[in-house]
Design a binder for this molecule. Structure first.
Ligand code: ACO
Length: 273
């Protein structure tokens, strides 16, 4: 398996070395067309920090061009227990401050930090890749939002999604609100977020949060099987189709039909020109 001290985009050095990521509790491996990001702090249930999110952003910026599928998974019993609760203490996370220090430093600065954190999630929607969250156990708050940042969610039957932020006086701000509403509808999204209740596997499957539910021991194989299906499809057609599907909601039927024609003309030219 080739380790990803990957080709750099934009000429800027991005440290995604094994050592730098291990310090943050992340692993990143590239094997041909498949990249795997593993939250690797199981003893703390893969709690996330600002360092996690900026490392995710660096991984996105340095993703090798050949990668077509990105798997996001968590080591241990939980996918992720969300933001590191030390952020809520006066001491905060060493080197990363706390919410109290952020509040003192003023709103604009903090908004900027949130934008940077969000960049770690947003790239998972690029048309050039399909991202898959492999989710077992708890996916709480930032953990739930990381799963929502991916195109697909394949889950173990012990999955527990929970949007805890409102219960803590916060809003979900790691890009999760839009995909949640798009997946489950506004009423169900309000129900899930404003109660901060747990969504178990059967409901997740029923309301469209999960593509597939499998027994915990079968999760890895189920993800591999889905990857094999995805990689069997023509790459350029997959990219163009994802682009079309992503744009569909914001276009009228007429506009979408035009967009289909443009993409298809490009495909026909590439295939037969
Ligand atoms: N931040 C920091 N440490 C955490 C977090 C977290 N979010 N979640 C768990 N841990 C730590 C625990 O403190 C504990 O550490 P310790 O062994 O040093 O005491 C260790 O991980 C194991 O946690 P347990 O609670 O013992 O594990 P269990 O499997 O019984 O429960 C669960 C898991 C349900 C996830 C529980 O840990 C929990 O409720 N965590 C907090 C979830 C939370 O409120 N997250 C914030 C959401 S809001 C947001 O993300 C913006």
């Amino acid at each position: 398996m080739a380790e990803a001290q990957a080709r750099q985009r934009g000429g800027k050095a991005k440290d995604v070395s094994v050592a730098a990521l291990a310090e943050i509790g992340l692993r990143f491996e590239v094997d041909g067309e498949i990249a795997t990001i593993t939250l690797d702090r199981p003893e703390k249930r893969n709690a996330q920090t600002f360092a996690t999110w900026s490392a995710l952003g660096r991984i996105g910026e340095s993703l090798p061009e050949q990668v077509r599928v990105v798997v996001v998974k968590g080591e241990g019993p939980s996918f992720s227990a969300g933001i590191d609760l030390r952020m809520f203490t006066p001491e905060g996370v060493p080197g990363q401050g706390s919410f109290s220090s952020a509040a003192r430093s003023g709103g604009a600065d903090f908004e900027q930090r949130i934008r940077q954190a969000q960049a770690g999630f947003l790239w998972l929607r690029r048309p050039e890749i399909v991202s898959i969250a492999a989710v077992q156990g708890h996916a709480i708050g930032a953990g739930f939002q990381l799963a929502l940042a991916c195109d697909l969610r394949i889950v173990a039957d012990d999955v527990k999604f929970c949007m805890k932020e409102p219960a803590l006086g916060l809003v979900p701000d790691l890009t999760g609100t839009k995909p949640l509403v798009e997946l489950v509808g506004l009423a169900k999204a309000i129900d899930i977020c404003l109660t901060a209740r747990i969504v178990h596997a059967d409901e997740a499957m029923r309301i469209g949060l999960a593509e597939l539910v499998v027994a915990g021991g079968d999760l890895e194989q189920a993800v591999q099987d889905r990857i094999a299906q995805l990689l069997a499809v023509n790459r350029d057609a997959a990219v163009a189709t994802k682009r079309l599907l992503q744009g569909a909601r914001s276009r009228t039927l007429e506009e979408q039909s035009v967009a289909e024609g443009i993409e298809q003309a490009a495909r026909i030219k590439a295939l037969f020109g």
